[in-house]
Design a protein. Sequence first.
Length: 225
Amino acid sequence: MASSNILAEKDYQTKVLQARSLDNFDKNIICPNFTYVFYTELEINLNWNFHDPMEQWYLLFAEISLPICCAKKINENNHTPVQVFVYPPNRLIIYHNAKIKYRCLNCINEWTSARGRAIFQTEIPCTNKYNCLFVNLCTQECRLCRRNIQPSWYLCETTRVMKSVCRIIIEQFYSNRNFPLPIHQNSSSDERFIQRASQTNGRHHENLCQACREGYCYDSHRKYH
Ligand SMILES: [Zn+2]
Ligand SMILES: [Zn+2]
């Protein structure tokens, strides 16, 4: 039993090493299974620090309602593409911007948006309770047929955002444990704030954007559309 655990641990570490060595160029694509990258980056940048399963983090894709007054706070602080709020007594909320592609299969319309939004929510870790990280990937409506379209994330943006979120979790909850912070390839500036370059020239359609309608879209950097 003990030896199979050691083998499983070795296998896990090998997989993490392989994922680490993946070139960023290979991540400049959209893959239908992009959600796997969210899980992988959580493993690489956060979970490998823990050996106790009760300390591990679990990622769940779900839309969890936000505390009342959340949108008002966001509007007061919308000058940065990453916003972190701690709501008493124990809730942590991270709003993260990303460049995202949307594809409407109904009318074969597709567009990119530099104001894609992911909302992460969790609670302060405590003993005997699993650490769940909920993420909601915001939708946009198709301009032509008004269907609500789920986002397709670029793999490089998924990696960047998850590194950033893991870093925030380490800084918020484990600052006394000397965990290594996720490394950013661009050392001259903080990669967390540099999203994939945008060639889109169209304006942002607030009426079609879930984040705009609900009051937590990233709005102040007008160069992003
Ligand atoms: Zn459509
Ligand atoms: Zn918006």
